[in-house]
Design a protein around this ligand. Structure first.
Ligand code: KIV
Ligand code: ZN
Length: 388
């Protein structure tokens, strides 16, 4: 096996910052539990200092999640770090993720700080956080529009102050794969300490390059990928977790990377997020779009019937979709419905099945086809109702 990639999921922090995607405490906890099943290495649970509600969400996620690390975002200011630590400290594996902007435009117009003071602040705040948190991650906001020499200096300082993870965000989705690869290599050449830290990247998707840039960074030595389910996030979103995972899985010949994600939970996680936020993914979205494994044209169907590999590079079961392409609709009976539920991994009691079947029939009357995602939404909705 090659190098191990750490999947740092920020659906509940950066993802939640996208328009229409805010979640209440209960929804965030439900989503965090599903991310734990997906086996992400880290869940960034929120920005505790941003609101009392987010503080409570981070706290309950930190206390409820056992098998993934839990991170909290904090600006490089004492109050944020204190609130963040208070919220995250009970996690099995807590992390403080602190950040400050490093590009000229951000330092001059947003922070109104001198670059030397930015370095000093970063160093002091990392040292402060490392005084109590076992793991501190430092992010240089707007890194890709910052000077590599300046980044190397600030990274060396914060690593010496205790940062174990150095994140290089493409905050505004500005870079391109070749440029990002060279940029990271240049910082590495200029830095004396970067090889002592984990290099992380956090790529936004403004030019549709979030995933491609993340992969280019991996070639340059990044081993932590920051990403979100369905690619949600500020503006055009973040690199999509499901795409990164399935690229590493499908193209092992190119990347030879190991990772801990349980790919069979991908579809369930994507559907749960859609159900909670009400924000749907486009049908042709890679991996989790409704059409990603659908075959429409006669030529393709004929090819598929002869051999699955003619038009499918991944098996639908790998991401937790049922293998069967049987279409469920208003003429389908309870038996077919129950069978599909079982294929999707659900075991319902007789009473739960009756209720779910009734909802399925109602839905089937309203649409041409009932997809697996609809069935999962029916079950998940019921699960929420039972906890209310
Ligand atoms: O995009 C960004 O720069 C961020 C940082 C806070 C990591 O979200
Ligand atoms: Zn971001």
């Amino acid at each position: 096996m090659g190098k191990r990639i750490i999947f740092f999921d920020t659906t509940l922090r950066d993802g939640e910052q996208s328009p229409g995607c805010s979640m209440n405490n209960k929804e965030k906890l439900q989503m965090a539990k599903q991310l734990e099943k997906l086996n992400v290495d880290f869940i960034e649970a929120g920005f505790a200092a941003s609101s009392p509600g987010d503080f409570e969400s981070v706290k309950s996620i930190a206390e409820g999640i056992k098998n993934s690390g839990v991170a909290v975002l904090a600006r490089a200011v004492k109050n944020d770090i204190d609130k963040g630590w208070e919220a995250v400290k009970n996690a099995v594996n807590p992390r403080i993720h602190t950040f400050i902007a490093t590009s000229d435009i951000h330092m001059k117009y947003k922070l109104k700080m001198d670059p030397e003071d930015v370095i000093k602040r970063a160093e002091e705040m990392v040292s402060y956080a490392a005084g109590f948190a076992p793991e501190v991650e430092f992010s240089a906001e707007d890194a890709t529009r910052s000077e590599p020499a300046f980044l190397a200096r600030i990274f060396d300082k914060v690593i010496q102050a205790g940062a174990k993870v150095i994140n290089i965000p493409d905050t505004v989705g500005y870079t391109t794969p070749d440029e990002f690869y060279n940029f990271i290599n240049e910082i590495k050449i200029r830095s004396d300490y970067l090889d002592k830290a984990i290099i992380s990247v956090h790529c936004h998707n403004d030019l549709g390059l979030g995933v491609a840039n993340t992969l280019a960074a991996a070639r340059a030595g990044a081993t932590q990928f920051e990403c979100t389910i369905n690619g949600i996030g500020e503006r055009a979103g973040n690199a999509a977790l499901e795409e990164l995972v399935m690229i590493l899985d499908t193209r092992r010949d190119l990347y030879n990377c190991d990772f801990g994600i349980n790919t069979r939970e991908i579809m369930k996680t994507s559907n749960l997020l859609t159900m909670i936020t009400g924000v749907h993914v486009q049908p042709n979205k890679a991996i989790v779009g409704a059409n990603a494994f659908a075959h429409e044209s006669g030529i393709h169907q004929h090819g598929m019937l002869s051999h699955e590999n003619t038009y499918e590079i991944m098996k639908p079961e790998t991401i937790g979709l049922s293998k069967s392409k049987m279409v469920l609709g208003k003429h389908s009976g309870r038996h077919a419905f129950k069978e599909r539920l079982e294929t999707l991994g659900y075991e319902l009691t007789k009473e739960e099945l009756n209720i779910a079947f009734e909802q399925f029939k109602d839905l089937a009357d309203k649409k041409k086809q009932v997809y697996d995602r609809d069935i999962e939404a029916i079950v998940a909705k019921r699960a929420i109702e039972l906890t209310e």
